[in-house]
Each structure stands twice: as C-alpha cells, then as structure tokens.
Write a protein that binds this ligand. Structure first.
Ligand code: ZN
Ligand code: ZN
Length: 447
C-alpha cells in the first residue's frame, strides 16, 4: 500500500511539473498525433499552384483555433482571373518584435508512386486546362503541418515571448508568384513589416531528426527566358536559298556555353540551361523559326543582369554572322512574372537561428548545407534588397535506415519533386515544430 502511494504521488508530481514546464519538445509530442492526421489528410488531397482552396482553408481553420486573427484569400496575382488563396494569421502578444513565419501550400503535377497508404490519387486541371496527376512531391504538406504545430505551441508558450507573429500560408511557390501576389496586395501595409522572416523546407538528402542550414545565398535568382530564332525557310535540298534557324540555334546553344566558361567570374555560380527546343515539321523543310525555353540562374543580381544581356548579345551576334538582316534577329524575352529572387540567409540572423536550433535538437543534429541553384520565392518576403533579414532552414525528412542503405549501395535517394519522395512524417514534423518554435522564441524573447 505504501509502495502504491509512492507511485501515485510520483506520477502526480511528474504530471504537475510537466504542465508547469511546457516546452517546444513537450508540446510537439502532445500535438503530434493530431498533426500527423492533418498531414496525411493534406498529403492525400494535394492541390496545384493557384488552386490551394482546400489546403488554405485547413491552414486558416487551424491558425484560428491556435489563437490567430486570420485573413483568408489574401493576395492579387498579375492575372486577375486567378483567385489567390493566401492565408495570414496574426498572433499578438503585447509589444515586441514582429516575425513572419511562412509555409507554402501547393503541390506538383506528379503521379505519386510512393506506395504509402495515404498516397494521392488526385487529378486536377492545370493552368492550360490539361488533366494532370497531383502529388505533394516537395513536402509542402510537411511545411503546413509544422506551421500549424508551431502556432499551437507558441499559443501555449506566450509567457516566453512577446510581440507579433505573422503566420503566412503562401500559395503558388512552385510556379513562382505566390509571395509576390501577397506582397503586392499590401501584406506589409496591412499586417505590419516584419523584423525577421523565417521558413523551413523539408530536405530529401538529410535524415529525419537533423536540420541543415546555409549561411548567405542558399537558393538562386531564377529567370525563365523564351527565345525565338528566326530564319528564312525553304526546301531542305536547297539550303543555299534559305537561312536555316535549326543550324543557327545549334550554334547559339554552343556559344551560350561560353557565358559560364569564358565571360563569367568563376567564383560567381551561374546556370544557363536550354530545357526546350522546337522547330520544323518535316524532314525536307527548313523552317522559318525555332523556339527555345531557358532557365537562367545566378545568386547576385548584377551577375544575373550580365548573363541575361549575354544571352541576347550572343544570339544576335550568331544571327548576324549567319547573314540574317536586322528585322530577322532572334527575339529574347525574359518572363518577368516568373522571376524569383535569390534566397539570402542573413548571416547574423542565421548564426542566431543555428544556435537556437542546436539548443533545441542538439548540436550534433544541426549540420551545414551547401547552397543550391534551385529557387524559392520565400526570398520575396525579405524584399529585393534583402532589407528584412530572412532565414530558411532545411528539416531532414529521410528515414535513417534508407539513408544508411543509400550510403552503402550508392543508390541515390528520391529527390524533391520525385514521384517516390516520401518523408517519414512523425520525426520530420516533430523536428520542424520543435526547431521553428524555438527559433521564433529566440527572436521574440523577453529581455
Ligand atoms: Zn518544389
Ligand atoms: Zn518546395
């Protein structure tokens, strides 16, 4: 009987001290079953860019339940016929700093092949009216679940921070333009300009339980460029009576390779990729034109400007050398609405975020990540001149056993955007919630 009393009083004591000492870790553990249910629901109901109606409604409902004032359908696209499903959830807690925490919400036109019991079988019409399969192949479902968990945790830890948190559910990250749509609708005029902007992305290369982070540039400036190479078509048997845009395009593509190898300072990374080339209809006809689509990447904006200028100059130079008249010069069009700025992890802020993450999940679990030439329009929240310090960190999503097997066999793991990319949800979401909650508390702590 005495032993029983001791056991009961010990467990009461434990329960009492647990409720008195809520931490990001204890709250993440409490919320995990519910967050996992939300994750699986969102994963099996993915929505394409600009069509995030259901996902945004879930984010809005959960932010409201966590104690935020929520505004839905916030944002204006360049194309006014598109509805913007941006969500803004404001959590106020007295005077203090303002911190923006962002999740993206859109999925990709990919046929899921993960074999998960909650795999997507959804199909939707894309922007061109084509029926396509849809999958959360970039893990934005993990991001939404982690954001909801972070909001719940911070709502219960209000005695440990002060200020205003702006939770942002951003649409259309994959096609670019979602962040811009929210900013050009007056995000900062209406809800306040943040002192810091933070976000997380899941990581298909690192194990769940780890967080990887890059200081400085971590994602590139991205431009889409359409090039039309003009010629003077005719019979394939009489090339001397034509100006062949196919042969000219081949020369231009080769000459563009010298932008990286000869024109660019080697310590400034750039990419010029021709992803699409179309011209002609038949074996024996030289066509009038060839159309190409390029993706162009750089970190610094002056480097970007130089690369874009070189693309046009080289195309025109090759056309002149081929004897084309001024009115048949190639047309080079940089698609402004698709431009994405480089993500720059402010070094001072990144040091603070790294220290907070180490305290949250252990120093050995926070690793450095090399920058990549991928893009993410999270950059827009820090403004074009990076005047709002921003930081995005990467939450490992890979099953540790699979990571070890990949190391052993050399078989690469499925990358982001792969039809086989499937995060291990529990530890990934838990690490995301613990990491982000701790980071926000660090930036908003009472002095
Ligand atoms: Zn993606
Ligand atoms: Zn993504």
């Amino acid at each position: 009987m005495k032993i029983l009393c001791l056991v009961i009083s010990t467990s009461v004591l434990c329960a009492f001290s647990a409720s008195a000492e809520q931490t990001p870790q204890s709250l993440a553990d409490t919320e995990l079953p519910s967050l996992l249910a939300i994750y699986k629901d969102i994963h099996s109901h993915p929505e394409l860019s600009t069509k995030e109606e259901r996902s945004s409604a879930i984010v809005a409902k959960e932010l409201r339940a966590a104690g935020c004032e929520v505004t839905e359908n916030f944002g204006t696209y360049d194309d006014p016929s598109w509805k913007c499903y941006g969500v803004v959830g404001v959590m106020k807690n007295g005077g203090g700093p303002t911190v923006l925490v962002r999740t993206d919400m859109d999925a990709l036109p990919v046929q899921e092949q993960t074999g998960a019991p909650y795999a997507s079988s959804v199909r939707m019409k894309n922007a061109y009216g084509d029926d396509v399969p849809v999958m959360h192949a970039c893990g934005h479902d993990i991001h939404m679940s982690a954001l909801i968990g972070t909001a719940r945790a911070l709502g219960k830890l209000k005695d440990k921070w002060h200020g205003t948190i702006i939770f942002v559910g951003q649409p259309a990250e994959e096609m670019g333009g979602g962040a811009r749509a929210m900013l050009q609708a007056g995000l900062y005029d209406r809800f306040g300009k943040p002192d810091y902007a933070v976000a997380l992305h899941d990581d298909a290369e690192n194990e769940a339980g780890k967080i990887a982070i890059t200081e400085g540039y971590c994602n590139a400036n991205v431009d889409s460029v359409d090039v039309t190479v003009k010629g003077m078509g005719g019979h394939g048997a009489y090339p001397h009576k034509t100006k062949d845009p196919i042969a000219l395009s081949a020369e231009i593509i080769n000459a563009w390779q010298t932008i990286a190898s000869r024109e660019n300072n080697p310590i400034d990374p750039i990419v010029v990729t021709v992803g699409s080339i179309h011209g002609g209809t038949k074996h024996n006809i030289i066509p009038d034109e060839v159309k190409m689509q390029l993706t162009v990447r750089a970190y610094k904006s002056d480097v970007r400007d130089r690369v874009l200028a070189a693309i046009e100059q080289i195309a025109k130079g090759c056309a002149t050398a081929a004897g084309l008249p001024p009115d048949r010069m190639p047309e080079v069009k940089v698609l402004k609405p698709e431009h994405v700025n480089a993500v720059y992890n402010n070094p001072e802020l990144t040091k603070r975020v790294t220290a907070a993450l180490k305290s949250a999940i252990g120093g050995e679990n926070v690793v450095k990540k090399d920058p990549v030439m991928g893009g993410d329009d999270f950059s827009d929240f820090s403004l074009a001149d990076h005047s709002i310090p921003a930081c995005m960190f990467n939450v490992g999503a890979v099953d540790p056993a699979k990571a070890a097997e990949s190391k052993k066999t050399g078989t690469p793991l499925p990358s982001l955007h792969s039809s086989k990319f499937l995060p291990v949800p529990e530890p990934t979401i838990r690490t995301g919630v613990v990491g982000m909650t701790t980071v926000v508390m660090e930036l908003m702590k009472k002095s």
